[in-house]
Design a protein around this ligand. Structure first.
Ligand code: A2P
Length: 343
């Protein structure tokens, strides 16, 4: 089987580390591996398939003559902005985890279960963008329901884990909890989020925009339209919660006024959708939670119910591991489809 030389930019970060795990678990046909990060972690070792690899510093010339086929970027938007072009120039396809290229027309934005064909456009720019974590798990649930009934409007509130802010986000939650138990919460450091996250919820993720929404909320709106090739209305409220690494979403979906939602049918199409699992038995307190999803590659759906007042409205609860489904796993799934396309 043909092997592919793989670079990982952000190799020491939360998503980068998970990428190595997933590439190994999936037995991805990795030839040479090139882990890259900043000068801070250059020289550190990572282990892949029982072999040690040294992290190298990301520079403008590091891709030259390395024969990289696939470069995963997970080191922040400004790094992708500056360095992705060097990977592309060297002949690699860049699979970018940041928001930097997502809304550029010539760059496909891909959730492989939803719009795999868009990968074919990769040659226009050499880049395939990985959507925002909250968008990925939401469209996993929306796509089969849109195919079933035709969506008119989506209202979503998210409960997003600290992993969305990378390792420093998770570490800040842990540190603040330690400070709480040491009776030092008043003096705890607040850096990764606009407020203390321990024992709190914060209704702001990313920068405020003029329309009263945040940048994260508008990512969910704009990316959903681009991935699903739809123009139905989406309104999002994105909230940070003191959870380590799986995002939850409460989603209200409005279909056309003549639709009478069949909840059993909705559960069925969701359960049959690729990489989605339905756990929905309220009587026995069975529904997905962050503890259900963490360390798995599935998007879980539960609490599926028809609105009490309008038969064309469906409510549901969606949970997925932000680091895996919302980032690294989606990127690897894109790479797997890209390989199929190339052969
Ligand atoms: P480093 O560890 O050298 O700072 P996370 O999302 O978990 O915070 O991880 C961010 C990742 O992006 C890390 O691997 C980090 O490497 C990497 N990174 C940050 N700044 C740069 C940079 N200027 N050049 C290359 N990699 C960077």
């Amino acid at each position: 089987m043909k092997k592919y030389n793989v670079a990982v930019v952000g190799a020491s970060g939360a998503v980068g580390e998970e990428l190595f795990r997933i590439l190994e678990e999936q037995n991805f046909p990795v030839g040479n591996l090139l882990p890259l990060a900043s000068a801070r972690s250059a020289g550190e070792m990572i282990v892949f398939k029982n072999q040690e690899y040294k992290i190298e510093e990301l520079t403008e010339t590091v891709f030259e003559n390395r024969g990289i086929d696939i470069a995963f970027f997970s080191a922040g938007g400004s790094i992708s902005e500056k360095y992705a072009k060097y990977a592309v120039e060297s002949g690699a396809v860049v699979i970018d985890n940041t928001s930097h290229f997502r809304m550029i027309d010539s760059v496909p934005l891909v959730v492989p279960e939803v719009n795999p064909k868009d990968i074919e456009l990769w040659e226009d720019s050499g880049i395939i963008a990985n959507p925002n974590c909250s968008t990925i798990q939401m469209v996993h649930a929306l796509k089969p329901l849109h195919d079933l009934y035709g969506i008119k409007r989506v209202d979503v509130s998210t409960y997003q884990a600290t992993s969305g802010a990378g390792k420093k986000g998770m570490e800040e939650l842990v540190q603040q909890m330690q400070d709480f138990f040491a009776f030092k919460l008043d003096e705890t450091e607040v850096k990764a989020f606009p407020h203390r996250i321990a024992l709190n919820v914060i209704p702001q993720i990313d920068k405020p925009l003029e329309n009263g929404y945040t940048k994260e909320e508008m990512k969910m709106v704009n990316e959903t339209a681009k991935i699903m090739h739809t123009d139905f209305a989406v309104s999002a409220t994105c909230v940070r919660v003191p959870v380590l690494r799986s995002h939850s979403e409460s989603i209200t979906i409005t279909f056309g006024s003549d639709v009478v939602v069949d909840v059993q049918k909705a559960r069925e199409v969701l359960a049959n959708f690729e990489n989605v699992k339905v756990i929905d038995d309220l009587e026995n307190s069975q529904y997905p939670m962050p503890t259900t999803a963490t360390d798995t590659d599935f998007t879980y759906v539960g609490r599926v119910r028809r609105d009490n007042f309008a038969p064309n409205i469906l409510h549901l609860w969606v949970v997925a591991d932000q680091v895996r489904v919302g980032a690294a796993t989606n990127a690897v799934r894109i790479a797997q489809k890209w390989i199929k396309l190339e052969n």
